[in-house]
Ligand binder design. Structure first.
Ligand code: PLP
Length: 444
């Protein structure tokens, strides 16, 4: 199958594409030697096609960003129109696409977060949020959870809690980690959601006191930790973090890079707890990842810090018109087509019962959890001890899914099911059924 591509790339067969990739492309987070990347030749809605012409249901949304699916006509048209009109303009100028994107974002962020600083992606959004918090408070330390991912740049990866920090960890000054709630593997020996919530907040309070609250600028946390396992915080936890931030004068930064823009069945995951952070970071779903964009939504108090004082930070492509035009089209499409409501219904009516049944049927499913179009299936070798399933057997499940035309996202001992928010109920049922068959095949 040839790739129906642009005139510049018309000679690039899937075979040649693969060859050039292996010769010249250095991939993220990987030992390069063993890689064998799938060549994607075509994509539409919730499907992608590989170099041999096989079709897959894309339950990864790539890296959890194609919230409106692939090749959405309204987004493609918006980018094409913006490109024909004005491809690019420097951040210092005002531009229609950027102004309207900022207005639309601010109209959906919680509370009074009314100003937006645009970045190129999620990591730099978090770096800038931390910088703003430090300048606003005059303090240095930042608290974040162990089970988190905040980005691949140096500060963001040090603030990150998970394994990706370890080889990059030069003990960035002032970065302090704590345990967030995760009842299935409770750090607090809790047995109920309420206990987990209370004990996790008590632990955070002790961490703040022992670190010295007057040295802490901010707490940064994912409203729902994503890559680390899609762990929904117990009701009241985020409100408890807000209360601690208020009590000790800390900036609360909600990282909504993965969970935001409808993924969790709300415009922002933090809306589940009706909490307003001081800074909220976003990327990915803001424009379905069609053109790189991230940003920080800023409270009036923090924005006011920089009314007379220079904000010492910026990026060449801050609020790039092509990315901003894609954001405008994404957000308007989400409003017009009630995409957030659809994601919430998929979670409540299709994922929740479907995965509960899967957990009953398969011994390897330790827990299935999530909301909206944001689900993790945690695989265990032993249901009683909750020992994580090893990489070889998780790999066998993924391979069996692919043979059935399902592309899942594998992460440690978990399968994440994170399709476009526009995926139909029938497609979700099909994916859950394929995963069930794959589990049966791999465990036979
Ligand atoms: N924060 C969270 C919660 C993420 O999931 C990610 C990426 O997956 C990032 C930050 C980093 O975003 P980016 O890769 O766009 O820099």
């Amino acid at each position: 199958m040839t790739d129906p591509t642009t005139t510049e790339l018309v000679d690039l067969t899937p075979e040649r594409t693969y060859e050039l990739d292996r010769a010249h492309v250095f991939h993220s987070w990987s030992a390069q030697g063993a890689l064998s990347p799938m060549v994607v030749t075509k994509a539409e809605g919730s499907h992608v096609w590989d170099g041999a012409g096989a079709r897959y249901l894309d339950f990864t949304s790539q890296l959890v960003f194609t919230n409106l699916g692939h090749q959405h006509p309204r987004l493609v048209a918006a980018i094409q129109e913006q490109a024909a009109h004005l491809c690019t303009v420097a951040p210092a100028f005002a531009n229609a696409a950027r102004s309207e994107a900022a207005r639309l974002i601010a109209s959906h962020t919680p509370g009074d977060l009314g100003k937006v600083f645009f970045t190129n992606g999620g990591a730099d959004a978090n770096e800038h949020a931390i910088r703003m918090a430090r300048l606003h408070t005059g303090r240095h330390k930042v608290l974040s959870t162990y089970r988190s991912y905040h980005g691949g740049t140096q500060l963001a990866v040090n603030v990150t809690g998970d394994w990706r920090r370890h080889d990059n960890d030069h003990a960035s000054t002032g970065t302090v980690h704590f345990f967030g709630p995760y009842l299935y593997r409770s750090a607090f020996h809790a047995e109920t959601e309420a206990q987990e919530c209370e004990r996790a907040l008590e632990h955070l309070e002790q961490t703040i006191v022992m670190e010295g609250s007057s040295t802490i600028a901010a707490i940064i946390l994912e409203s729902i930790p994503g890559t680390a396992g899609i762990m929904l915080p117990p009701a009241g936890y985020l409100a408890g973090v807000r209360e601690l931030c208020d009590r000790f004068g800390l900036v609360m930064i909600a990282d909504e890079v993965m969970a935001g823009f409808g993924r969790a069945g709300r415009w922002f995951a933090i809306d589940h707890d009706e909490v307003v952070p001081d800074l909220l970071t976003f990327a990915k779903g803001v424009n379905s990842g069609y053109v790189p964009m991230g940003g920080v939504a800023i409270s009036p108090a923090i924005a006011a810090t920089f009314d007379d004082r220079v904000y010492p930070g910026g990026l060449t492509y801050s609020g790039h018109p092509l990315a901003a035009a894609a954001a405008v089209a994404t957000i308007r499409t989400m409003e017009d087509d009630r995409v957030v409501e659809h994601a919430a219904a998929l979670g409540a009516e299709v994922f929740a019962p479907g995965l509960a049944a899967l957990a009953d049927e398969h011994a390897w499913v330790g827990e299935a959890r999530g909301t909206g179009a944001f689900w993790a299936v945690e695989l265990v070798a032993d249901a009683a001890t909750r020992e994580p399933l090893d990489a070889a057997r998780v790999g066998a499940v993924v391979a069996a899914c692919k043979r059935r035309g399902l592309l899942p996202m594998a992460n440690a001992n978990r399968i994440h099911l994170v399709p476009p928010l526009t995926t139909t109920a029938g497609q979700v049922r099909e994916a859950i059924s394929s995963l069930g068959e794959a589990l049966a095949e791999a465990s036979a």
